[in-house]
Each structure stands twice: as C-alpha cells, then as structure tokens.
Design a protein around this ligand. Sequence first.
Ligand code: NAP
Length: 365
Amino acid sequence: MKTAVGVLGATGMVGQNYITLLREHPWFEVRHVAASPRSAGKKYGDAVAGRWQPADDCDPRVGSLTVEDAGDVSGAAAANKRGDCAFVFSALEMGKDETRALETAYAAAGIPVISNASAHRWTADVPVLVAEINHRHADIIPRQRKNHGWDRGFIVVKPNCSIQSYMIPVYALIRAGYPVERIIVTTMQAVSGAGYPGVPSLDMIDNIVPYIGGEEEKSEKEPLKILGAVGDGVFENAALPRISAHCNRVPVSDGHTACVSLEFGGKKPASVEAVKKIWAEFRDLPQEMGFPSAPARPVIIREENDRPQPRKDRGAGGAMAVVIGRVRPCGVFDIRFTALSHNTVRGAAGGGILNAELLKHKGYL
Ligand code: NAP
C-alpha cells in the first residue's frame, strides 16, 4: 500500500511539479493538498486553472481534492490521524519567519516536513540533504526530535536549486580523495526558479538580469553545511571550499546552467580525463539502493563542444541527472567545466522526493 502524503504550496511552480512527479510514484500518493487562503476551499484543478505549468495535464484524482489552508495545522494533524497525510512536502513561498514557524508547527504536530523552502536551512539541527552527498546527515533526526520534544515529527530541507549542478560533481572529487579549495561559479538560472508569475516578461526578452536576491549568499554558504559534519546534535560547517558565485536570471524556461572553475587543495587528479572518469563512475546510496527517483547515472558527461544546453539536456536521467560538458584545464585554477541541472525537478520537487525515499529507506518515515 502506498504512503499517503501532503503537499504544502501545492498550487505553486514547485507544488505542481510534486503533483506531476508523484502521479505514478510507487511508494507515495498525494491525498492532502494545501496552499494560501486564496486557494483554500477550491478544488485543486480549479485552483491551478490558467497557471498549470507542467507539460502533462494535472492528475484528475488530485484535481478533485479540495485545497486546504496550509496554515490549518490541526486540519493536517486530523488528516495525519485518518491516514491521509503521513508527512508533507513543503513548497511554500511566504515570509521566511512565517514559513519557519509554520513548518515547525507541522513537525510539532507529529507531521514530518520535507521542505524546499530556505527558512530552515540554517537551523542548527536541520539537515540540508542531497541524497547522493550527505545522506548520513539524516541520522540527526532522533537528536532533532529530542532537542524539540517532538515524537514523530521532524524537519529536513533541500538546498537552493542554484547549487545542484555543481555540488554533486564537487563532492565526487572530494570523495575520490581530491579536496576542492576554491570555486568560482557563474550561474545562468531559468525563469521557473522565480516561481509564478515570476520575472516580468519584458525583463526576460532580449535580456539577462545579473541579480537574483539572496542567491549568491546561498550558493556560497549552503555547500559548507552540506559538506559539514554532525557535531553534538548540531551541524558544523566545512571550512572549504571557498566559493565566489555570480547568479544571473536568463531567458530559459527550466534548467540552471553553471560555469565552474575550481582549484584543488593539495592532491590533484592526474588529468582532465581522470576527472571525467571520477564523475562518470560516481554512484552513491540512492543508486546502490535503486531508489525510484534516483538517476542511474547522477553525473552524465557530454563530449560535444556545445553541450550541455538547457533545452536538450535538462531531461537527462528523468531530469534528475547533472549533465556536464566542456571539461578542460583552467588557466587560473585547475579545471573548468559547464554543468546543468533541472531546477524544478532535481533542484526542487524531484530532489525532495528523492530525500523522502532516502528517509523511508532509513526508517524515519
Ligand atoms: P510559487 O510558484 O510562488 O508558489 C508558492 C506556493 O505557496 C503557492 O502554492 C501559494 O499558494 C503558497 N503560498 C503563498 N503564500 C502563502 C500563505 N500565506 N500561506 C500558505 N501558502 C501560501 O513558488 P515556487 O517557485 O513553487 O517555490 C516554492 C518554494 O520552493 C519556495 O520556498 C522557493 O524558494 C523554493 N524553491 C523553488 C525552486 C524553483 O525552481 N521554483 C527551486 C528550489 C526551491 P497560492 O497559490 O494559494 O497563492
């Protein structure tokens, strides 16, 4: 029998991707959808009419569910007791403090929260999970529950979508014994990353916007928590790599591209070919366990000079793989490359679902 789950922020850009990706999921089934009071009380299909973004039509079964008010935690707790909402994916876009308070209230009510929002990323005992990198960080959950006096609830989050394309390759190099000391990265980020209705259309025709509020800080800091260690019930950040990020909004619908230059801190791979081999062979727990949303190859190398490209490569590995091309020596650091990942799938709903699969595998769900 499938586990019944809820989606908070179900009507938004990421929420719609959850509904789409969970339609045929072998383990989970959406039975609770919630959004703002503007959508609450409507049938889900009516609430998203005119703003539905995924290519596939909305799942009619979910379309007929009534949208709940995400602020109604006791209603969600009742759904949890009925067996209709074992845990929630959170794709809320509201004030940071409000989001943090609401997600905390769900956890306190006994409902685990797997969040895409940034509100809890710097909460000391909340793991920022990328299943292929730091799945062991999930094991802080019993301590987190103890810290807060929660019995069944907990909170895990996933990182910002801008770092997905280069953190798995960087981690693969570190795991292979080549610590990375410095990174300079320039991202070209899709408009779907700005939610709905997003960036004004006039800014995105014949144009690039060289600023995304808060994105550069997240890109520079979140990797240090992901690569960090579990200390005494809280996370301790890694000291390296030092990262300098330039984040740009570009006229692409889906798929964030990153141009990366990196420097190793000590031992270096023998050649560009050696780096490519590490990436091509990289697998971790999600692949070894065959989680339903895990791409068979988390990193795919393209040898053509003009790849990766968002339109051609964002769907690779069920839109869960990172596609890398143009791997070459760097005149200033050691190597440089271009990497691409799908921001609303690997970078948002798909990454959240993969985290849920990991948590179920570990027995926390
Ligand atoms: P979005 O399209 O603006 O959707 C926001 C959702 O939040 C909608 O369902 C909306 O409901 C709901 N909401 C807004 N105000 C609310 C309130 N006061 N109470 C309850 N619900 C409320 O945003 P998005 O792009 O899907 O992003 C969702 C979250 O994922 C954000 O935290 C974002 O930072 C994060 N994220 C997004 C991406 C991406 O690529 N888009 C990637 C990674 C992470 P209504 O429809 O009723 O207004």
